[in-house]
Design a protein around this ligand. Structure first.
Ligand SMILES: C[S@@+](CC[C@H](N)C(=O)[O-])C[C@H]1O[C@@H](n2cnc3c(N)ncnc32)[C@H](O)[C@@H]1O
Ligand code: SF4
Length: 376
């Protein structure tokens, strides 16, 4: 059954990049300039197919990638013009693509928020990550966006990079704070086993894994010390500028995803579009929806996801939404250890619990296989 008019969050995937960074495991395609227009056509056809699922009022749109700002300029403008109006419209941008002209065109197209992938400001770490942008490109892009009146800019950083030490991270955080972004996302580097990157940096990655907990504390202490709100495990904001789109995921709301590899969660169903560009474009050109993998979602699964994602936030999760998936004796034990807190009708992790993160959440889930107990 189609849930008409219920969805208020839209994700649009633009897979194209100028080159592939070694650590990246997202659905991306290098170059393919001649295929950008056809892809935008297909995205807009998919939007038409699913339009009835969207509510009259769309709250958030996130155009992510890949590198949306690598799209041929006319194509990005055409895409943005065809999307429904929304209260928050975020576009992900790679620093080297941001010119004064691009910044102005994003603003004129109704974009309200830009998420800029800095990752690091240290030349040796950017080289390890195989990034195109240098520190100067990040700073220049940031100021072009500010000059175009963007008052909601997020910077992405990565830590745990082979060759990194605490002093590198200290410098990256200082460089970030010097720009005074409205939002910062700080991710642990994830390196997929079996990839060229993992093969090249295996020993260093193992060393970095040992240091991860310390880096995490350094990130939180520095950003909170500078006045940012640590509102989600890896996300910080000031002036109330939470990432509303991502917040919708963490709160377990339904969302529609368009484009190759995009995921949608709608009531009792989740689907993932084919990651193959050709199959996606051909199906939509022929007037059919793209090939998709469909996964039924029962209330148990949605409840577990709600608990897992909700506890990443600094706000409490209502017990009514997770009561069926909560392991009550485990909650009592974690309260005694000072890791979780039960309010009258909600549950949250303490600061220490949030640092331990996933391990604590796993404990709280009823009937989790092979539970390990967290030592006090
Ligand atoms: C999908 S990327 C796209 C953004 C943009 N193309 C860029 O490279 O900046 C979004 C963010 O995910 C994070 N990211 C990507 N791959 C990651 C990895 N292997 N480990 C941790 N974070 C990663 C980066 O911080 C990046 O800015
Ligand atoms: S530019 Fe971003 S999306 Fe593209 S390969 Fe690099 S990290 Fe991945």
């Amino acid at each position: 059954m189609r849930r008409v008019g219920a969805i208020r969050h839209l994700y649009v995937h633009v897979p194209f990049c100028a080159h592939r960074c070694g650590y990246c495991d997202f659905v991306t395609l290098v170059g393919r300039r001649e295929e950008h227009a056809g892809y935008v056509d297909a995205l807009l056809r998919e939007l038409e197919f699913e339009r009835e699922l969207l509510g009259e009022r769309v709250e958030t749109i996130f155009v992510g990638g890949g590198t949306p700002t690598f799209l041929a300029p006319g194509e990005l403008v055409r895409l943005l013009a065809a999307l429904p109006a929304a209260e928050e419209v975020t576009v992900e941008a790679n620093p080297e693509t941001v010119t004064p002209r691009l910044a102005a065109s994003l603003r004129d197209s109704g974009v309200t928020r830009v998420s800029l992938g800095a990752q690091s400001f240290q030349p040796h770490l950017l080289a390890v990550l195989e990034r195109r942008a240098r520190a100067d490109d990040v700073r220049r892009a940031f100021y072009h966006l500010r000059d175009a009146s963007f008052d909601n800019i997020s910077l992405d950083l990565i830590y745990g990079i082979p060759g990194q030490g605490t002093s590198d991270l200290k410098r990256d955080l200082a460089e970030t704070l010097a720009l005074a972004p409205d939002h910062v996302s700080c991710y642990e580097l994830e390196a997929k086993p079996g990839t060229r990157f993992t093969h090249a940096h295996g020993a260093e990655l193992a060393q970095q894994a040992e240091a991860m907990e310390g880096y995490f504390e350094q990130v939180v202490d520095t950003l909170v010390g500078a006045g940012y709100r640590w509102y989600e495990t890896a996300n910080f904001c000031r002036g109330g500028r939470v990432a509303r789109h991502n917040l919708a995921y963490w709160l377990g709301r339904d969302y529609l995803g368009l484009g190759i590899g995009a995921v949608s969660t709608v009531g009792p169903e989740r689907w993932r579009n084919t990651p193959k560009l050709g199959a996606y474009v051909r199906a939509l050109a022929a007037g059919s929806p793209p090939p998709r993998e469909l996964e039924p979602l029962d209330p148990w699964t949605r409840g577990r996801e709600r608990l897992m994602l909700g506890l990443r936030l600094d706000e409490a999760v209502p017990l009514a939404e997770v009561a069926g998936v909560l392991d009550e004796p485990a909650l009592a034990r974690l309260e005694r250890l000072g890791l979780a807190e039960r309010g009258t009708d909600s549950i949250a992790l303490t600061r220490r619990g949030r640092f331990l993160g996933g391990g604590v959440t796993a404990e709280l889930m009823a009937e989790t296989p092979a539970k390990t107990t967290i030592a006090s």
